[in-house]
Design a binder for this molecule. Sequence first.
Ligand code: GDP
Length: 265
Amino acid sequence: GRALPPLAALSQVLRLERSRRTAIVLPLQKLERYLAPGTDTAPFRLFQPGLAALQRAEALFRSDRGHPIDYVSSAVRMDHAPPPALPEVCFIGRSNVGKSSLIRALFSLAPEVEVRVSKTPGHTKKMNFFKVGKYFTLVDMPGYGYHAPQDFVEMVEAYLQERHNLKRTFLLVDGVVGLQKTDHIAVEMLEEFGIPYVMVLTKIDRASRGLLLKNVLEIQEFVKENTQGCFPQLFLVSSVEFSGVHLLRCFVAHVTGNLPTVEAS
Ligand code: GDP
């Protein structure tokens, strides 16, 4: 098979020295010691699985003959979506937030999976469905922009409102620039629909520690004060360094009901 990117697998991460390892597996914990005393860190630890749970989750993301991981189909309308047979998660975010890179990183242990990108402006924006064995489906929603066409908005809204097997929505936010106007529009939509979602901060390798801390604390405060449906713990990821990717796999496994008990680290 093709060579895996470094740190795509936990076994590779475990060979690192302790502090590097923590930075990759639990990026929030790594930031914690730079916080002012008295800062509320409870939201940092709501989901903090131990190695055993991380390993069980990783097994779900590793394809083999008896456990295929495949791109299934694309849809431009809800009636083109595959039957809602399995628990599902979807990933949304504005164009260029790092969504395809993150999905590629999540599926890096199944190198045959092709995460398609439709970057060409004007190219039809589709929802792409991926099936992870008999366990869950993952949907790559088209990137939204400031001037999203109405049919696109309608497709995304219909999906979020009607998809009964949707267990969690992952809203990607650029970790370097923080919440933008379009992200606020997405939050308002998710709040209005009353569906559970999680915020994922992307490209954390590109933010200095100070900037990342500032963005994390600001967004955490925003979530606490202004949202009902957002999970209070932020997920920090770098698709280049694989930080937070293992933890995110574990959370996806958990919310799709495939990892009912997660023992804390
Ligand atoms: P999408 O439009 O949301 O699918 O975004 P892409 O995944 O195509 O990423 C947009 C740009 O950001 C590309 O140039 C990527 O190489 C870059 N990028 C994505 N994720 C990361 C990351 O974790 N770290 C860094 N440094 N760059 C990233």
